[in-house]
Design a protein around this ligand. Structure first.
Ligand code: PEP
Ligand code: MG
Length: 584
């Protein structure tokens, strides 16, 4: 029995078998062939192409019918690339002319193609070079007799062990019904961690060496809350964890009784509890928890795991699906937040990445620079607004000029639709995500231009504390209770109050039970989170008294020592939880 430790980013216990994913790029060297072996090398290459074709077709057949369309278009795109003469024929000339090994010939051809892609102006097309690399690597792995990476042998309900997962991976794995995952790298607010929480499965990141120590099909226990992985557990440990698991199930059943309950504090303050979603399929969980609406729809996930960008029509259909699924409840559609760790390919294989992508051309900046991406999305959102209560939200606003430019885009789109006689909600509320310190400090300058603001604590914490949200080397510095973060939140809520516009929070902090009482005391009245947290937060709302929480928040904000601040929060939570438990 061996115990590994990491950062628990999604709580829960899972007892099962491991499935280790390895995705290092194959190392290839060139070797020259005697004349008489060239023909058989060409045959070996052609055989590999055929086998990979077969593998991809099998993957395509196995995609469940309810999987999002993008899952299959991603595979379709790889088949197209594989069939292209640039991949399936040109390496043959190289093998014949240079008398070299097939792997090396294909790798050279791959390099030539990615260099070619790298010179293309259009960022979206340029990023597609990673699909070429993926196909090339797949054929090379086949030539080398290595496993393919489509998790073909992954059994339903296994625990994924990987060096790192991209958000795009996690979306694909969603359909494999994985029960937990463990990664060598990662941080608590990486998009992968966020997805694990939205999947409601335990997850532990930054378990250095997990892929080295954990063997395929080994029995393991994942304790997501404590960040512990137990390898080959003995009988006693297994019995203990089974008992804990039963207790967690009991607590969940208790919470489910709150589904229909109103989200109102003991002293009558109504608190809006919304959900964050990534794909239209996630709306089911919103309905199940009886949320007041969707506070954040991360539309960039529709752009991942595929070769072609979704056109206006496809985006429109996706948005309308969500809007119609929860009639009369607001759906906050965020415009694209691609870039940084959310690359269209999931950032799997690198490519042309900016020196500091989190500070680079991401989200609204990327959209303003790429009207060919931004305009169709705005049209799709506006058209969807004719079918329900849509709110449009702009991510990563950092300057008022930039915000005004984005608002001009919206106005122009409205005018265009009007001329074409296409219906949309003329009063569509437009909000901005406050997630960059400049916007948080100067929130009073942004508020008058907006109908609502939403605090994105994941990025706000990343940028305020200068800690990359995906870098496990600095994740120990992640602290939503850092006084600088708390002061910024106070400032944003105050700016909203003065401008008389609602302020929500849709970062991970909003769904963390530990911070709910403090945020309520600070005056936050709208929380948006992954559905798994909603009922827990509702329970806190229902047992809280805003007047006394205001006093509590004042006390917390005056504490200068960070250790004391954490201890005071924990003490208050323990006290209140005990009080609630004794009243049951
Ligand atoms: C945030 O930054 O807090 C947020 C909600 O957006 P995302 O996690 O998608 O960047
Ligand atoms: Mg963000």
């Amino acid at each position: 029995m061996l115990v590994l430790h990491g950062a628990g980013v999604s709580s829960g216990i899972c007892i099962g078998t491991a499935y280790t994913l390895r995705r290092s790029r194959p190392e290839i060297s060139e070797y020259l062939l005697p004349d008489h072996l060239v023909k058989s090398e060409i045959e070996r290459f052609s055989r590999a192409i055929k086998e990979v074709h077969l593998q991809l077709s099998k993957v395509l057949e196995r995609i469940p019918s309810n999987a999002p369309k993008e899952t299959s278009s991603f595979i379709d795109a790889h088949i197209l690339i594989l069939n292209d003469g640039m991949i399936s024929k040109e390496p043959i000339d190289l093998i014949r002319n240079r008398k070299c090994n097939a792997e090396w010939a294909l790798q050279q051809q791959g390099k030539m193609l990615t260099d070619m892609f790298g010179k293309i102006e259009d960022q979206y097309i340029r990023s597609k070079s990673t699909d070429v690399i993926q196909v090339v690597d797949r054929v090379i792995r086949n030539l080398l007799g290595q496993d393919d990476t489509d998790h073909d042998s992954l059994k339903k309900g296994q625990i994924i062990i990987a060096n790192d997962l991209t958000p795009a991976d996690t979306v694909l794995l969603k359909h494999k019904k994985i029960r937990a995952f463990v990664t060598d790298l990662g941080g608590p607010i990486s998009h992968t961690a966020i997805l694990a929480r939205s999947l409601q499965i335990p997850a532990i990141v930054a378990v250095h060496n997990a892929t080295r120590f954990i063997k395929k099909d080994e029995d393991i226990i994942i304790d997501g809350k404590r960040g512990v992985v137990i390898l080959s557990p003995d009988k006693n440990i297994l019995a203990e964890y089974r008992k804990r698991n039963r207790h967690i199930t009991q607590l969940r059943i208790e919470l489910e009784k709150l589904q229909k309950a109103r989200s109102v504090t003991k002293d009558g303050k109504k608190i809006q509890l919304h959900t964050n979603i990534e794909l239209p399929a996630d709306v089911k969980a919103t309905i199940k928890t009886n949320a007041a609406g969707i506070g954040l729809y991360r539309t960039e996930f529709l752009f991942m795991n595929r070769l072609d960008a979704p056109d206006e029509e496809e985006q429109f259909k996706n948005y309308v699906k969500v809007v119609k699924a929860i009639p009369n409840r607001p759906v906050t559609i965020r415009t694209l937040d691609l870039g940084a760790d959310k690359q269209v390919d999931g950032g799997k294989l690198g490519g042309d990445v900016a020196i500091n992508p989190a500070l680079g051309l991401r989200a609204l900046r990327l959209c303003l620079k790429s009207p060919e991406i931004f305009r169709p999305q705005l049209r799709a959102i506006l058209r969807a607004s004719a079918f329900g209560k849509v709110r449009l939200m702009l991510p990563m606003i950092s300057g008022v000029d930039e915000l005004q430019l984005a608002l001009e885009f919206v106005e122009e789109t409205k005018a265009e639709l009007k001329i074409r006689g296409i219906k949309f909600d003329k009063k569509l509320p437009i909000g901005g995500m406050i997630e960059i310190p400049s916007a948080a400090i100067a929130a009073d300058l942004f508020a008058p231009h907006l109908d609502f603001m939403s605090i994105g604590t994941n990025d706000l914490i990343q940028y305020t504390l200068a800690i990359d949200r995906v870098d496990d080397a600095v994740n120990y510095l992640y602290d939503p209770l850092h006084p600088a973060v708390l002061r910024l939140i106070v400032n944003i809520i105050e700016a909203g109050r003065v401008a008389k516009i609602p302020v929500a929070m849709c970062g991970e902090m909003a769904g963390d039970l530990r911070f709910a009482r403090l945020l309520l005391g600070m005056g936050l009245t709208e929380f948006s989170m992954h559905p798994a947290s909603l009922l827990g937060i509702k329970k806190i709302v229902k047992t809280s008294n805003i007047t006394s929480l205001k006093r509590f928040a004042k006390k917390i904000l005056a504490i200068k020592d960070i250790g004391e601040l954490h201890a005071t929060i924990d003490l208050e939570n323990e006290k209140q939880n005990r009080r609630t438990a004794s009243k049951r």
